[in-house]
Design a protein around this ligand. Structure first.
Ligand code: B12
Ligand code: SF4
Ligand code: SF4
Length: 267
């Protein structure tokens, strides 16, 4: 993830020198489906169950940008959602959407943390909301639940230990042993630190975005099938999906690592 060092991430004016306002948005993606609990099934994170969120967010943000620009020809506006050198979580907290929580995600009071984040940068000067205050309190559930101890201290997620990083971003042929023994069925991201969060347990609501309803096959794929999925089958099974970032060889590797870990645990 070398792109993280991009200096634009630290200074929003390097992204758009004329910027006067950042409009921060969150889009709920929760659906009430649950995964089967037996070992034979692979676990795919909720963010990747339905249509690729980049496509959904970009369409909505484009509409907002066009609407804004329609007010005056001098209005400039540009949108981002997990795509540019913009720190989505930092701006969401500053704009009062939610707080950066101990598990590293932004939690909203209304929907918990099952929200995607995005922004419109504009040269329009708008009145700002107040930054959100933090409401994790003394809770440490996510830190205790993380199987790889990736939350090394409250609010700090060490990507090198995180199952989400290794299953989505790590392109090596093999995953490190520090992670493989604790994968617990995850092949695409990891939702453990969000699932245990009381805010999600109490405030998650079903999304009204139909495109986020899970594709058939994403809720309960079998590990043995993913471990040998062909490139063609991968292409057919994951259309317009955020899962396409996880190339077929990575998905096979992730599924195999889980199967190996289960076999070793039984020996
Ligand atoms: C890189 C990345 C990852 C990496 C690394 C995560 C990481 N720790 O950085 C990996 C692949 C591991 C990952 C995993 C996930 N990600 Co991700 N990821 C990103 C991305 C592209 C950049 C995040 C970033 O800036 N990291 C840099 C490090 C240094 O920051 P950080 O650890 O997140 O937090 C630090 C800062 O917030 C800083 N900080 C805190 N307060 C303040 C205030 C100020 C003013 C400043 C300057 C800094 C600051 O200190 C923190 C601790 O060092 C963002 C999209 C974006 N463009 O912002 C999505 C994003 C954060 N991811 C997202 C999601 C959904 C996930 C997963 C839940 C997916 C999944 N189910 O597997 C997991 C969650 C893992 C976890 N517990 O955090 C969503 C989160 C939505 C939300 N509600 O918060 C985002 C916002 C994408 C989006 N647009 O919706 N992700
Ligand atoms: S996503 Fe999974 S591995 Fe990463 S910090 Fe959360 S619980 Fe730990
Ligand atoms: S589980 Fe507790 S500490 Fe972790 S993010 Fe949720 S409220 Fe914060």
């Amino acid at each position: 993830m070398e792109w993280m060092a991009n200096s634009k991430r630290q200074d929003i004016r390097k992204v758009m020198p004329e910027v006067r306002t950042i409009i921060s948005v969150a889009l709920n993606y929760y659906t009430p489906h649950q995964r089967p609990s037996t070992e034979e099934y692979a676990k795919i994170s909720r963010y990747a169950w339905g249509r690729d969120y980049h496509k959904v967010m970009h369409k909505k943000l484009k509409a907002l940008t066009t609407w804004l620009q329609g007010f005056h020809e001098g209005i400039q506006a540009r949108y981002y959602a997990d795509t540019g050198p913009v720190q989505d979580k930092v701006w969401a907290q500053k704009a009062g959407i939610g707080w950066i929580a101990k598990n590293g995600n932004v939690i909203t009071r209304e929907y918990g943390s099952w929200v995607f984040l995005g922004e419109v940068l504009t040269n329009l000067e708008l009145e700002s909301d107040r930054p959100h205050t933090e409401h994790c309190g003394t809770c440490t559930r996510c830190i205790e639940a993380c199987p790889t101890d990736a939350i090394t201290q409250p609010f700090v997620v060490d990507a090198n230990r995180c199952i989400a990083y290794h299953t989505i971003e790590n392109r090596n042929e093999k995953l490190p042993q520090t992670v493989t023994s604790d994968l617990q069925g995850w092949v695409a991201g990891c939702d453990i630190c969000q699932e245990v969060c009381p805010w999600n347990q109490h405030f998650a609501k079903e999304t009204d975005v139909a495109e986020f309803q899970p594709y058939p096959g994403n809720l309960a794929p079998k590990l043995v099938e993913l471990a040998q999925i062909s490139d063609q089958e991968w292409d057919r099974q994951f259309p317009a999906s955020a899962l396409r970032r996880i190339k077929p060889d990575m998905l096979r590797r992730n599924a195999r690592a889980n199967l190996d870990a289960f076999h070793q645990a039984k020996e």
